[in-house]
Design a protein around this ligand. Structure first.
Ligand code: TYM
Length: 332
């Protein structure tokens, strides 16, 4: 390894993962594992900040774990683990909550979006960002691969790390977000002003990573398009087509200018068919591996091994942080 860095990221096991999760974050996970020291968790403690069904939580946790391996993460290289298997997350999460100000948590747009119009809002949703900060800071991660919607949480994490170090002495690493240049915000297929999301009640608005090829073709053929018939990347003027170009580029490896050139003078019909085929080809091998992994029963061994490796790092940082704060540590 030339200059290995510590990497941490995570995904909530809430609903079916979409190609937004894949393009915005998971593709980077795979690229980073070759050169860096990577920790990828399933954020199940975050998953319970909105009401959950126990059976669904179990199923979706296994699903995300199997998808991590199916996209090409190698559990011998990257540690794959559940947040709830490493108790240090909850503990440093509490510490980070005590360092957070109400005002800064109230400004979090994800909190505002998720609580808007709700009569009862769980307190866990409010203190979600300091728990996310703890996830990252426990590993002294330098790099955090995420989509654009997590940028504000990363800013808060950086502020909390700085605040901790300022008050208690240099202990934590201030992390950098790693946000892809293209595809950091994949939009809904039915409305390009909204982020593609697994929690959208309209399944036609997103492509799930485990959607069948036929569903993918149907969803893309029905995707909303802009006026006119030109295939041009212009997120301001042509947001719907630009979103499809982004998905096409990220699933095929073709550059945006190459795509624009290839479809010059052609209508939306052929273009959409080709976008669908590119998505199907990108997901088919992942889906095949996914089925194998679920059938193999390997998931629990992978999670056990991942949690052991993660806890070794996380426990050491937690101990250091508590010592710096003046906690009396148990004698070892
Ligand atoms: P979550 O589970 O909502 O999403 C997981 C990752 O997918 C990215 N993403 C997208 N990227 C592009 N376009 C989209 N439409 C799209 N939708 C989702 C997200 O940006 C994210 O990177 N709070 C986090 C989970 C978390 C975490 C962490 C992440 C908990 N602790 C520590 C990093 C580090 C979340 O809810 O992501």
């Amino acid at each position: 390894m030339a200059n290995p860095k510590r990497v941490l990221s995570g995904i909530q096991p809430s609903g079916r993962l979409t190609i937004g999760n894949y393009i915005g974050a998971m593709k980077s996970y795979v690229a980073l594992q070759e050169e860096h020291d990577c920790y990828y968790m399933i954020a199940d403690l975050h998953g319970i900040t909105v009401p959950q069904d126990p059976e669904a939580l179990r199923e979706q946790t296994e699903m995300v774990t199997a998808l991590y391996v199916a996209i090409g993460l190698n559990p011998d290289k990257a540690a794959i683990f559940l947040q709830s298997h490493v108790p240090a997350h909850a503990e440093l999460g509490w510490i980070m909550t005590t360092l957070s100000y109400m005002g800064e948590l109230e400004r979090m747009t994800q909190f505002k979006d998720k609580s808007a119009g709700k009569e009862a809002v769980g307190a866990g949703l409010f203190v979600y960002p300091p728990l996310m900060a703890a996830d990252i800071l426990l590993y002294k991660a330098h790099l955090v691969p995420v989509g654009d919607d997590q940028k504000q949480h990363l800013e808060l994490t950086r502020d909390l790390a700085g605040r901790f170090n300022h008050r208690f002495g240099e202990t934590l690493v201030v992390p950098e977000p790693l946000i892809p240049k293209l595809g950091a915000r994949i939009m809904s297929l039915d409305d390009a002003s909204k982020k593609m999301s697994k929690s959208n009640p309209n399944p036609g608005s997103y492509i799930a990573m485990l959607d069948s090829p036929d569903d993918i073709r149907k969803k893309i053929s029905r995707a909303k398009t802009d006026l006119g018939r030109e295939i041009a990347y212009d997120p301001e003027e042509k947001p719907e087509i630009s979103n499809l170009i982004t998905i096409f580029s990220q699933c095929s490896g073709k550059s945006v200018p190459d795509i624009e050139k290839a479809y010059e003078g052609q209508g939306y019909g052929t273009f959409k068919k080709d976008v669908a085929e590119a998505v199907v080809s990108a997901l088919e091998p992942i889906q095949a591996r996914y089925a194998d992994i679920r059938a193999s029963g390997e998931i629990h061994r992978i999670l056990k091994d991942g949690a052991d490796r993660a806890a070794a790092v996380a426990d050491a940082t937690l101990r250091e942080a508590k010592q710096a704060m003046g906690f009396l540590l148990p004698r070892r």
